[in-house]
Design a protein around this ligand. Structure first.
Ligand code: SAM
Ligand code: SF4
Length: 337
């Protein structure tokens, strides 16, 4: 009689949430220094502490075998990691055989070189961060970036056949006047748009509360011009989508500050150091790298169950009077988004 491997038990955390989405930060490095994300002078991890691409691929294999159906590669900037395409191709082999979707979040600066290869490796969607369409503002927000590279990257992504979603962090006094123009621009380009509330992660050398903009206020303002209707679309992440009257573009809202979404959380995050963070808003993590380097995959498997048990109920981000500038010391670039 043939012995059939039993299907893996679904990954369920201690609160009964089904975990099927893994975000992998493949590097903490980046070619930009966005003001809300990083400090101007960052210290990055020494390479010896960073997982090799082969180690990342083996850990991804394990998570897929345990029931992860979606993987997003992020960073830092994933496309600055040398040979990143090898990893994309390697994980992409699981598509249609365990993995439903492989996606990436990128700042777009190197997308022009890589868009075709990403599509060939199995990517169909990409999130590209773009907080402004104004050349000088872009340079200001990113502390030195050149918007032309991103616009070229976006054009290449579209030509390659990738569905593009623009991620825009809503920043009071910086880009709030550009939110409606960005929506129109995305509609003209055939891109979706997701707005994000700034989260207190890591010291950036600036006071985030100066630029915090609640999306409740933004959505209400957009709604006076283009009626917003919630739609039942989900892309695996925390964004809640809306149809925009008169436009094809769907508007996503990521509202960690004004509307908590933790009850539906389906995610785990792995850093390029092999630390598994069960929640973006907590310092608790489990070190998979040491276990893996000492004892191989067999040593890591029980740690998945442990991380599921330890996943907290929710984050507790606060911004403004009385709140500490960073709820967690880690920058967003460590765990990615
Ligand atoms: N470098 C890539 C990029 O910028 O798209 C991927 C990594 S970046 C950390 C992922 C997303 O997190 C980006 O959309 C970025 O705008 C967002 N982000 C960074 N810091 C943030 C913060 N403190 N609060 C909210 N979003 C943040
Ligand atoms: Fe780099 Fe992305 Fe952070 Fe900007 S948001 S500094 S592009 S990691």
């Amino acid at each position: 009689m043939a012995i059939v491997d039993p299907a893996p038990a679904p990954m369920t955390d201690g609160l009964g949430r089904r975990i099927n989405y893994l975000r992998i930060s493949v590097t903490d490095r980046c070619d930009l220094r966005c003001r809300y994300c990083m400090a101007e002078r960052m210290t990055f991890l020494p390479r010896s502490q960073v997982l090799t691409l082969e180690e990342i691929a083996l850990l991804a294999d394990l998570f897929i075998a345990r029931g992860v159906r979606r993987i997003r590669l992020t960073g830092g900037e994933p496309l600055v990691r040398r040979d990143i395409l090898d990893l994309v191709r390697r994980i992409g082999r699981h598509l249609g055989g365990g993995l439903d979707e492989l996606t990436m979040t990128s700042n777009g600066t190197r997308l022009a070189q890589h868009a075709d290869a990403l599509y060939e490796a199995g990517l169909r969607r990409i999130n590209v961060s773009l907080d402004t369409l104004d050349t000088d503002r872009f340079t200001h927000v990113t502390r030195g970036g050149d918007i032309r590279a991103v616009l070229d990257g976006l054009a290449a992504a579209r030509l390659a056949g990738l569905a593009v979603k623009i991620n825009m962090v809503a920043l009071k006094g910086i880009n709030e006047d550009e939110i409606l123009p960005m929506l129109h621009w995305c509609n003209a380009q055939g891109f979706d748009l997701t707005l994000i509330e700034t989260m207190p992660l890591g010291d950036t050398g600036e006071d985030r509360s100066d630029h915090y903009l609640p999306l409740t206020k933004v959505a209400a303002a957009i709604d006076t011009q283009h009626r917003l209707t919630p739609v039942d679309m989900r892309t695996g992440g925390p964004a809640r989508y809306h149809a925009v009257d008169g436009m094809q573009t769907r508007l996503g809202l990521i509202t960690p500050m004004t509307r908590n979404f933790c009850a539906d959380c389906n995610r785990m995050r792995m850093t390029c150091e092999g630390k598994i963070f069960m929640c973006l808003g907590h310092e608790d993590h489990i070190d998979f790298k040491t276990a893996f380097r000492d004892g191989g995959i067999a040593a890591v498997e029980p740690l998945i169950d442990r991380s599921l048990r330890l996943k907290p109920a929710r984050h507790d981000f606060r911004i403004g009077a009385g709140a500490s500038p960073a709820a967690v010391q880690r920058h967003m670039s460590v765990t990615g988004g």
